[in-house]
Design a protein around this ligand. Structure first.
Ligand SMILES: Nc1nc2c(c(=O)[nH]1)N[C@H]1C(S)=C(S)[C@@H](COP(=O)(O)O)O[C@H]1N2
Ligand SMILES: [Mo]
Length: 225
């Protein structure tokens, strides 16, 4: 892993994941009810925490950290790490599900609830979508109603430790009810918008909604992309 992460875009990995979308890799063709089934269809439980990204892992100190909330909001915000810590803090335990098949149960997160940030930025009536922009050039998009949920957080600690740089520290987004590619690491800017704008994987064959229990892995059926 060490020689293939850190500074250079992982072109092969990106190409392979695009192939998976084209082939419909891992699709079981089933859905499950999240209320009764813990492991989404086609997933496999792991005990470690794999690192997945484009291969550029920016180094952002807590002192240099800044997160802007912009776009269709009444009150744009620009938060340093201390500003984030001054907001009400929450802890939560949730599972995470990566589209490459791994699921990791019982992650203990600390951070600020998305709703605390939204309450301060006050989305305009026209706001329907959220686009996340990260320091490595990555972006991803969700509907505002998917971000405006009690299980969504801007997290700075995992299992009692500061989130490490490979996992998106000092602060990453956590949207545990969607595939993990919707949870931007090294988040720099959260943009609210009237119109949707597909992000990095969403423009490379991956599903716009990404609900693991509906197996929303890819945008199109196998072979039709
Ligand atoms: N900034 C950024 N965020 C990102 C990514 C990325 O490449 N850059 N990859 C996404 C993908 S595809 C996954 S599966 C998860 C992986 O998070 P992890 O490396 O902490 O497991 O981060 C998501 N967030
Ligand atoms: Mo991923």
């Amino acid at each position: 892993m060490t020689d293939d992460t850190g500074s250079r875009p992982r072109e092969k990995l990106i190409a392979r994941k695009q192939d998976w979308a084209r082939e419909g890799r891992l699709l079981t063709g089933t859905t499950a009810d999240a209320a009764t089934v813990r492991l989404p269809p086609g997933q496999r439980e792991v005990s470690d925490w794999p690192v997945l990204d484009l291969g550029i892992q920016p180094e952002i100190t807590r002192a240099a950290f800044r997160l802007d909330i912009v776009g269709a909001v009444e009150q744009p915000l620009s938060l340093g790490f201390d500003d984030l810590l001054a907001l009400p803090q929450s802890a939560s335990v949730s599972d995470m599900h990566c589209v490459t098949q791994w699921t990791r149960y019982d992650n203990r997160w600390q951070g600020v609830a998305a709703r605390e940030v939204l309450a301060r930025a006050r989305p305009k009536a026209t706001a329907r979508h959220v686009i996340f922009h990260a320091h490595d050039g990555y972006s991803t998009n969700v509907r505002l109603d998917q971000f405006d949920r009690p299980d969504v957080f801007l997290v700075h600690a995992w299992n009692g430790q500061p989130i490490s740089r490979p996992h998106g520290g000092p602060v990453r987004v956590l949207i545990p009810h969607l595939y993990l590619w919707k949870s931007a690491k090294w988040v720099r800017r959260i943009e609210l918008a009237a119109l949707d704008r597909p992000g990095f994987w969403e423009t490379r064959g991956y599903h716009n909604n990404a609900d693991p229990w509906r197996e929303e892995r890819y945008a199109a059926a196998p072979g039709t992309l």
